[in-house]
Design a protein around this ligand. Structure first.
Ligand code: NAD
Length: 358
């Protein structure tokens, strides 16, 4: 039997990565090799439902480990690479930018070097079909004012946090590998994702979990910062659309056409939970909202123009924010073991071989 074509996904144990691995296995015949370092954000629990599948392999390792990447490429011979491995949390990048520079810039560079070498020695037909898809963010474009038009793919880069600066640097490296070496790259810029399996430090899961444990709901500044929101399942579909039909060397914006103020999101989470899991004594969750000192360099607004991916590749977001948010909250209510193991640190301790019986 001819074995299925392989895709190397990096960062497949993270939030978008595990949703993407599952999405590909459920919808396509590809084999997935998941290369993930398992930082604090990587969680093998997130893939326990598919870890025994025939078309799935996990390799623990760093995208910056050239020897390992070389071996994986030589052995698995992927026809495509989806690069999601990154440090992804803006607040952590402010507290300590080191890992962001190491993984997002140096790591992506090392990965690109090994991929270039691997790709150079492929036979002509495979060289042509090969794709390196780099998953980036809208944050590289910087901040918009309220009356500015949404970001197009040609918007000037203007990153404001160490996170977005490190992602911008990696985007430039990817671009240069197409222009200089002809490596068939694709880059996507996506807005804020939400959905199942998102690490509890990010806005929506943080608010849900704080509500459930009756803790304060910290909102930066006056809560007026605006983000565009996309359900993670729609992002996965967009990534596969770009991988299979995108034109090498191009960049594509991905977004939900769904701009929301942070405070609106928090209030919506509160009102959904008021219905699904009412507080005692008739109290409302929005009473827990607490405004805290703003994040330094906090971008006011991101908004995405997604005309290119819609007109050229026929992709558009299908999940509405209201249903997507309800599904997400429902998922957190039904998966408290997953969150409990993160909050207690057990998901990492077991990996290190530390007994956690009590
Ligand atoms: P995440 O933080 O949840 O997951 C990142 C994963 O990468 C983790 O599993 C981690 O273990 C792994 N990783 C980190 N450093 C690594 C290294 N050196 N080598 C191998 N693996 C490593 O991130 P996410 O939210 O799933 O985001 C995935 C990608 O999508 C990132 O590149 C991010 O910049 C981009 N992105 C995210 C969003 C969003 O809203 N979450 C939006 C746009 C773009």
């Amino acid at each position: 039997k001819k074995s299925a074509k392989a895709i190397l996904v990096t960062g497949g144990c993270g939030f978008i990565g595990n949703n993407l691995v599952r999405y590909i296995l459920n919808n396509y015949d590809f084999t997935i090799i998941n290369l993930d370092k398992l930082t604090y954000a990587g969680n093998v629990d997130s893939l326990c439902d598919i870890s025994s599948k025939e078309r799935y392999k996990f390799v623990q390792g760093d995208i910056g480990d050239r020897n390992l990447v070389r071996k994986v490429l030589a052995k698995e011979k992927p026809w495509a690479i989806l690069n999601l491995a990154a440090e992804s949390h803006v607040d952590r990048s402010i507290d300590g930018p080191d890992d962001f520079v190491q993984t997002n810039i140096v790591g992506t560079f090392n990965l690109l070097e090994e991929v270039r070498y691997y790709w150079n020695f492929l036979e002509a037909k495979k060289r042509e079909k090969f794709r390196f898809l780099h998953v980036s963010t809208d944050e590289v474009f910087g901040s918009l004012r309220l009356d500015d038009a949404a970001f197009t793919e040609n918007h000037q880069y203007s990153p404001n946090s160490p996170y977005s600066a490190s992602k911008a640097a990696s985007d430039h490296l990817v671009r240069s590998y197409f222009r200089t070496y002809g490596l068939p790259t694709l880059t996507t810029h996506c807005s804020n994702n939400y959905g199942p399996y998102q690490f509890p430090e990010k806005l929506i899961p943080l608010m849900v979990l704080n509500c459930l444990s009756e803790r304060a709901l910290p909102v930066y500044g006056d809560g007026q910062n605006i983000r565009d929101w996309l359900y993670v399942g729609d992002h996965c579909c967009a990534l596969m659309t770009v991988l299979l039909n995108g034109k090498a060397g191009q960049t594509y914006n991905i977004g939900g056409n769904c701009e929301k103020k942070n405070i609106e999101i928090v209030c919506l989470v509160c009102s959904i939970l008021d219905e699904k899991k009412p507080r005692l004594q008739g109290k409302k969750y929005n009473e827990l909202i607490t405004f805290v000192k703003d994040r330094p360099g906090h971008d006011l607004r991101y908004a995405m123009n997604t005309e290119k991916i819609r007109s050229e590749l026929g992709w558009r977001a299908v999940e509405s924010f209201e249903t997507g948010l309800e599904k997400t909250i429902e998922w957190y209510l039904n998966n408290n073991i997953w969150t409990e193991r993160i909050l207690s640190g057990k998901y990492q301790l077991e990996r290190l071989g530390v007994a956690t019986t009590q």
